[in-house]
Unconditional design. Structure first.
Length: 200
């Protein structure tokens, strides 16, 4: 848009929130004990589906004065969901939460709309099977994803959950058009929350 004016234009521009960062912010604050505040969350359908799923998993999330306040849970303390977790058309959301759920002592079924149900999930679920999670996919490739989490002893649970959650968010759950930006976003987001994620 061209602006033809000889007068000085001053002001503050607030760009819209980023979808990938918004997903990760909700998930990470949902696993941070205490109260977190998210500004400029992108309020698109995909991100809102992730928000609703985090609520189903026990995080308390409210909107106040244009910001989202998240009361998180300790690592490994996600609630057993009472219904299937619906991600709509969000491939990012379903992949990120598949990793988190696999490191908590719960069972869950993750589903999406007709389009998401045609998108392959093996690049994430194969890694989750290696850590001991039981995974079932439609036609061994597509959602819904039925997850029974890995069995982890209490003494190592907290450390394990933090590590695997960061690793999955960083490495295995990039967007479908992954060109490296999703991994970079995850790494930066994790570092801002005080967790280390090393892509490899």
């Amino acid at each position: 848009m061209a602006i033809n004016s000889k007068k000085l234009i001053k002001g503050i521009y607030y760009p819209p929130g980023d979808k990938s960062i918004s997903h990760r912010s909700l998930i990470l604050t949902g696993q941070a004990v205490g109260q977190s505040e998210i500004s400029n969350l992108l309020e698109g359908e995909d991100v809102m589906n992730t928000l609703l799923v985090m609520r189903d998993l026990g995080a308390r999330i409210i909107k106040k004065n244009g910001k989202y306040i998240v009361f998180g849970l300790p690592p490994g303390a996600l609630f057993q969901p009472k219904k299937q977790l619906d991600f709509g058309n969000s491939g990012t959301g379903i992949r990120l939460l598949a990793g988190l759920i696999s490191s908590n002592n719960i069972k869950a079924t993750l589903k999406g709309d007709k389009s998401l149900s045609k998108r392959p999930m093996r690049r994430v679920t194969d890694h989750l099977k290696r850590i001991g999670a039981s995974i079932e996919l439609k036609k061994d490739s597509f959602p819904p994803i039925k997850i029974k989490a890995a069995s982890i002893s209490g003494s190592v649970c907290g450390y394990f959950v933090k590590s695997i959650s960061s690793a999955v968010i960083c490495k295995f759950a990039a967007d479908d058009d992954d060109d490296g930006d999703s991994v970079d976003l995850s790494t930066v987001t994790n570092v801002s929350f005080g967790t280390a994620s090393q892509p490899g």
